[in-house]
Design a protein around this ligand. Sequence first.
Ligand code: HEM
Length: 155
Amino acid sequence: MFLPLLIAVHVIGVVLWIGGVAFVTMVVFPMIMRMENSLEKVLFFQGVEHRFAKIAKTSVVVVGVTGVLLLHLTGGWNVLFKASGIGPTLMTGVWVFYVFILMFEGRLFKALFRGEAQQDTAKVFYRLSVFHWVILDMSLLAIGVGVWAGHGGRF
Ligand code: HEM
């Protein structure tokens, strides 16, 4: 009973987190790129990211704690980095990548927007949008492979 409950909490965390990433990537970025004014673009983006960062950080903790507990309870540590553990291995990789981004997020944004008045903001947002597509695709791959492998899918 505890294990299915743990998977449910894990997946709810994943839905809130990756759902948010999908929304930012597929809805917010196209909106920003259609805006005319550079300052408006930066303020809107920072407002959205600032709010979403709190949701993402909480979800990352919930997903990480439940994921490690799941690995522990299913005795999955020894399948990590093996073909039979492809699901949890991809999940862990994506999780570590996000933790890294969220830890250095402040510095990353500062570096991106430094001297913004002189910079081409359209170029910065285009690069940010491509980056969001990359992390969204990685996350969807981890979800797809995780569900596939968790329900009997084998190579
Ligand atoms: C430290 C990070 C993580 C660990 C250790 C971890 C580990 C696990 C484990 C052991 C399971 C149970 C698999 C099974 O039923 O055989 C699971 C389920 C799942 N995980 Fe993760 N996970 C982590 C992060 C993530 C992330 C980042 C995502 C999404 C991008 C994700 C998506 C899922 C999904 C969708 C399931 C449900 C699979 C099913 O249908 O049973 N996990 N995770």
